[in-house]
Write a new protein. Structure first.
Length: 371
């Protein structure tokens, strides 16, 4: 049987078709990593100056909570919230009947003790005179001396009790310690109140107004008394006014915030106690540090031990975990210190969806600036 004849030209053509197809077959030996798209932020250099914005509240520089030093039933309250008064004016009174009776009783006891003292003093003088003449014994003289001593003690005690009773009677009237107005009223007539129970809260505008706020422990060393800062009042329109830091607390409140008091150099017209204030603190010292870098608040990542981190994007688009120290936190940004440098790029949002070591690509969006 004759052998089939294959043309060399046909064989070459078939081989030319097969070899390219073999080169196009997929390589399943490795899988390419698909980058995750992230929103990024380019770190800007610190400028060496820093202003922290906080909320505060206006309060009168001179204020007091008034109360009776004694217990009793309120007979009258002469003022209400918003009423003005002069220094020394009677603001409230207690029913004083019981205290008047006690004062009269103590007066009678003091007079009785005084009469007894006079009698014992005369007796002692008589006994002394007789003892000098030898008509009485030393024992009788000592008895007279002891009786006089007892009478003197009882008289002194009775006089002190009388003074206390008269003082309590005077305390049934609550007088204004200075000229001002009533900011709060916490009791009503016919109500029985205990000693030192708050009755009225009063304020004075003679010493001006001040603003109370608080700062985190990381900023305490950057503040000092006597420095000038700025305060704005949303209820009074735009603009800020100078204020002097007069008090810096040494004991923190809750959440390690330290109280701060700023005195308004020139209180604006219309300012009232209780108004909201926007405080701009100019920080100094450690806070005015070029190593502090502003970043978006959403870029911070916290581990199980509440240590702060950011995710830096290297030149190959791979994420690196960098620990930072948070020095200041605002509404939208934070000031941090760490192994970061200006112009480096970090993940700005969505840090919970990526991990260190992961490759990412950048969202088509310009870097945000946090000054």
């Amino acid at each position: 049987m004759p052998r089939a004849y294959r043309s060399p030209t046909l064989v070459s053509l078939l081989l030319g078709l097969v070899l390219p197809l073999a080169g196009c077959s997929p390589d399943t030996s490795s899988t390419a990593e698909i980058p995750t798209v992230v929103d990024s932020h380019v770190i800007q250099a610190g400028n060496g100056a820093d202003i922290t914005r906080l909320s505060g509240r206006v309060q009168a520089a001179e204020r007091a909570t008034l109360s009776f030093e004694i217990a009793g039933k309120i007979e009258r309250i002469a003022v209400d919230v918003g009423d003005r008064f002069e220094a020394g004016a009677p603001l409230a009174t207690l029913d004083d009947e019981r205290y008047r009776l006690v004062a009269r009783q103590r007066q009678a006891e003091a007079r009785e003790a005084e009469a007894s003292l006079i009698e014992k003093r005369q007796d002692y003088r008589r006994q002394s005179s007789l003892a000098e003449k030898g008509y009485v014994s030393d024992t009788q003289l000592d008895t007279a001396r002891a009786g006089l001593d007892t009478a003197e003690s009882r008289h002194a005690s009775a006089v002190a009790a009388q003074e206390l009773a008269e003082r309590d009677l005077a305390q049934t009237t609550l007088n204004a310690p200075f000229e001002g107005s009533v900011s709060a009223r916490q009791a009503e007539p016919s109500e029985r109140v205990a000693a030192n129970q708050a009755i009225l809260e009063i304020i004075s505008d003679r010493e001006g107004f001040e603003v109370a706020t608080s700062v985190p422990e990381t900023l305490v060393d950057a503040l000092s008394t006597g420095t000038t800062h700025s305060i704005g009042f949303p209820a009074l329109g735009g603009g800020t006014l100078p204020a002097t830091l007069t008090q810096l607390g040494t004991q923190p409140r809750s959440s390690n915030d330290y109280p701060v008091i700023l005195s308004l150099d020139e209180p604006p017209e219309g300012v009232r106690a209780g108004m909201t204030a926007e405080v701009e603190l100019s920080l100094a010292g450690a806070a005015q540090d070029a190593s502090l870098l502003p970043i978006p608040l959403t870029a911070l990542v916290y581990d199980d031990e509440q240590h702060a981190h950011v995710l830096r994007i290297d030149e190959d688009g791979r994420l690196e975990n960098v620990e930072v120290t948070v020095v200041d936190i605002g509404e939208e940004r934070a000031k941090v210190r760490g192994e970061l440098a200006p112009d480096e790029r970090i993940v700005a949002r969505g840090t919970e969806f990526v991990d260190p070591g992961q490759v990412v690509s950048l969202l088509d969006q310009g870097p945000e600036r946090y000054n």
